[in-house]
Design a protein. Structure first.
Lengths: 516, 300
């Protein structure tokens, strides 16, 4: 009997070993994390680069720093030495996290907020959809509903604020040229690579405050979360021995000034009327008068008002309203025409024969509810490419501003097109979809427009990766056919228009004085 | 004893789609040395309410979800105290409203060993203590990150122990199991999820929460008829998510309490018919489903 018990216990031990061996004893998922680097190019002349909202870096002011031999500065150095001497584990983690890049991390934070807020309001018992209220952002439904147009705009303003603020930073760095604390006092041991350039104002503090200011306005329910991020970012520069307190306060001051100007543009760009539902009646009448036999109708139950029907009137970045009307795509095929029938039949075939690989592509690019949307997806692609290329903060911000403004331009143009043509989705003709059904007209494909624009801009910045970006864009575009929510002509025309939109941002980049 | 062995066929319902029920890996009746049986069953499970977290929710854009399954279930006695159990379901799941397409295909294959470690005699009654270990893996790379999916897509190890008491035709079986679920790779990069797990730039791999399971089953088993009632509670063991926008479905913490019953009738020779019913009392990130099933069992 005892032997039997030992045998059982022995077997149980073996079973435990098998369980641990086959599935792994830890549930930790390891993934590589971005790390700090010295930029391949410091971009020392970036103070002369052309800004978006500022007319010149001197639109914002910054007082001269205390002299290196002043008692004020010496006291700051002493304080920095104390703060950076023995950081705690949490502080070291914060240093590593923020060391990956100021622009990089704030872009990531903005994307995560976009994803968390990309939640369409639920219907009420009486079949209505309440509209999120900016004055009461945490009530149900929360404000904002960070859908693709909203997210493209939030990220565009974030990137523009970061870029303009960093151009001003580089301008004042050159003017005041204060050496890095660890250069002045070799007793300070920096935890991150130190670039051979002025530490006043701290570019990290500039980016932190500029980003904080924009994101606080874009995500007003997240103030306490953003407060914590701002404080941690600023403090991480002390814990890392990278900046004295006055580098940081000067940076916060400068970043705040620039962001205030950028947000003044945002408040007047037409976003406040983008969800004006009263315009749809006229839009439908117009498109019917142009011959459309069947207009887009919400397929949700209960029917949901279309997403931001007046977003096409929001101010663009890289061209004006007249240009936008000029590049608006031609009309889609008439419903029931041979061209239309062929496109619909193609989707029916995909529905019947969809491969696992087609489903994977559709899912990979779905970027639907709860995601940071296609604009966020392309910001991620851009930020990672710039990080891999070891870009300076200002060049990283330039990259994201070029891509970000192109993406917002793409959103405005595409939404203008969608509501100009008011074209029905394939679901109005019986097709299913597992990628989420967007609640706005089909023509043209937003994914295709976004992807065409972003891929063109990125191909201009990273020519050696152009094929890869274009392949990604094409996959994103065709993913909407695999997902059965777009006809081929939605995708192809959207892609072509997106490329045109992107070329305006590329032209701006060529002329911004960076020589890049 | 012979009839008991014959009746070991009655467990059929495991590892079903994310909204389908699992009635427990196995019962307490051993097959017997060199004895075998094969069951083919059909089940239909429906719900119009599912739990987001533990809050019941009806989605007019989903309607009623119906899951049909054909399950192959084989048992072979490797020895008088050791059984090999293999099962593989083919599943179809669809929604009555909205625009989700039907999902259909083979789900997961499971192989398990059941070992009767002890067999006590208590007068005329018997008490058996059993252990079982199972391994489950997807038969194909089905889409798992959707409200309509064939399954969770994880590779699992299921370990459990059972106490099986039998006196005359009456029996009662209690069992407790732990299901360890391996991580899965999604089709997409997770944009928002548990910050301890995810790199929002590249993370496609997510954890699937482990669960524990307790089942109590009692009834009467004779040579020609078997009837039981049972209750099952599955509880998420590891931290998991609730169903929500952008949240990967495989990361959901899934739990439920279900009750059900089984009827088996022997027709002629080695041929029998099996019927079952179950319903969900409450749950967590799962459908509040009702299930009917029936099948043919051939074997010893």
């Amino acid at each position: 009997m005892n032997n039997r018990i030992y045998a059982i216990l022995g077997n149980l031990l073996i079973l435990t070993g098998v369980v641990v061996g086959v599935t792994g004893c830890s549930k930790t998922i390891d993934e590589s994390q971005p790390v700090a680097y010295l930029p391949t190019n410091l971009d020392e002349t970036a103070g002369t680069w052309k800004t978006y909202v500022l007319t010149s870096p001197t639109d914002v002011t910054l007082a001269a720093p205390a002299a290196a031999n002043s008692t004020t500065y010496q006291a700051e150095l002493g304080d920095l030495k104390a703060q950076s001497k023995a950081p705690t584990t949490d502080q070291q983690q914060a240093v590593t996290y923020w060391g990956a890049g100021a622009v990089y991390r704030w872009n990531e934070i903005a994307r995560e907020l976009s994803a968390r807020y990309n939640i369409p309001p639920a219907s009420t018992a009486d079949g209505k959809y309440p509209v999120p209220d900016a004055a009461n952002p945490l009530a149900d439904p929360r404000f904002p509903f960070a859908n693709p147009p909203y997210t493209s705009r939030a990220l565009a303003y974030l990137s523009v604020a970061q870029y303009d603020a960093l151009v001003a930073t580089w301008y004042y760095k050159k003017q005041y040229n204060r050496a890095a604390p660890s250069t002045v006092d070799t007793g300070i041991k920096p935890a991150l690579p130190v670039a051979a350039m002025s530490s006043y104002p701290s570019e990290d503090a500039v980016v932190a405050m500029a980003s904080y200011t924009v994101l606080k306005a874009m995500f007003p329910g997240e103030v306490s979360y953003l407060d914590a991020k701002l404080a941690e970012h600023q403090n991480s520069r002390l814990w890392a021995g990278m900046n004295v307190a006055s580098d940081i306060s000067a940076g916060a001051n400068l970043g705040g000034q620039v962001a205030a100007k950028v947000m003044a543009r945002a408040r007047a760009d037409g976003m406040s009327t983008s969800n004006n539902q009263s315009v749809t009646g006229g839009m439908i009448k117009d498109v019917q008068s142009r011959g459309l036999s069947e207009v887009w109708v919400s397929q949700e139950s209960p029917a949901r008002p279309p997403m931001l029907p007046n977003y096409g009137a929001v101010k663009t970045w890289n061209f004006d309203q007249a240009t936008m009307v000029k590049i608006r795509p031609d009309a889609p095929p008439a419903i029931g025409s041979p061209e239309f029938t062929k496109a619909l039949d193609e989707l029916k075939t995909i529905q019947r024969t969809q491969t696992r690989e087609q489903a994977r592509v559709a899912n990979y690019w779905a970027d639907g509810v709860g995601s940071y949307t296609p604009p966020g997806h392309w910001h991620r692609t851009a930020a990672n490419a710039a990080h891999d290329a070891r870009y300076s903060e200002v060049r990283m911000a330039r990259t994201l501003a070029l891509v970000g403004t192109a993406l917002m331009d793409a959103a405005v143009c595409c939404w203008d097109t969608k509501y100009y043509y008011y074209y029905p989705r394939p679901q109005q003709f019986g097709l299913k979809t597992s990628v989420g059904l967007p609640n706005f007209p089909a023509y043209t494909s937003g994914h295709s427009t976004f992807s065409g624009a972003a891929a063109i801009v990125l191909s201009g910045i990273f020519p050696d990766q152009a094929d890869d970006f274009m392949a990604k864009a094409n996959e994103a575009s065709v993913s909407r056919m695999y997902g059965l929510i777009h006809y081929r002509f939605d995708c192809e025309v959207g892609m072509a228009c997106g490329k045109k939109i992107g070329s305006y941002a590329t032209a701006r980049g060529k002329a911004d004085g960076s020589g890049l | 004893m012979q009839q008991l062995i014959r009746l070991s066929l009655i467990l059929i319902y495991l590892f079903l789609p994310r909204f389908a029920s699992a009635q427990g890996l196995m019962n307490g009746f051993m097959k017997g040395d060199r004895k075998a049986s094969l069951a083919v069953t059909y089940s239909q499970e429906t719900f119009d309410t599912y739990y987001r977290g533990t809050t019941p929710f009806r989605d007019p854009n989903l309607g009623t979800v119906t899951t049909q399954a054909i399950n192959l279930y084989g048992v072979y006695g490797l020895g008088y105290d050791l059984d090999l159990i293999v099962t593989a379901p083919y599943i179809r799941t669809e929604a009555s409203a909205g625009y989700q397409p039907r999902q259909e295909g083979f789900q997961d294959v499971t192989a398990a060993l059941r070992w009767e470690a002890f067999d006590y005699k208590l007068g005329k009654a018997r008490l058996a203590w059993l252990f079982a270990l199972g391994y489950t893996m997807p038969i194909q790379n089905y889409v798992n990150d959707n409200i309509l999916a064939l399954g969770q897509g994880s590779k699992n190890i299921d370990g459990r122990t059972m106490l099986h008491f039998k006196s005359g035709s009456f029996f009662v079986t209690g069992q407790f199991g732990y299901i360890r679920r391996g991580p899965v790779t999604l089709d997409r990069i997770v944009n928002v999820y548990d910050p301890s797990q995810v790199n929002p730039n590249s993370g496609m791999k997510v954890n699937v929460p482990d669960v524990t399971e307790a089942i109590i089953r009692t009834g009467f088993a004779t040579k020609r008829v078997y009837v039981d009632v049972w209750g099952q509670q599955q509880t998420p063991y590891a931290v998991g998510t609730d169903i929500g926008p952008g949240i990967p479905f495989p990361t959901n913490a899934i739990g439920f309490r279900r009750v059900g019953g089984t009827l088996f009738l022997r027709l002629v020779g080695r041929l029998g018919l099996n019927f079952g019913y179950s319903t969900t009392l409450d749950g967590q990130n799962i459908g509040k489903s009702t299930r009917l099933n029936g099948g043919i069992i051939i074997g010893n």
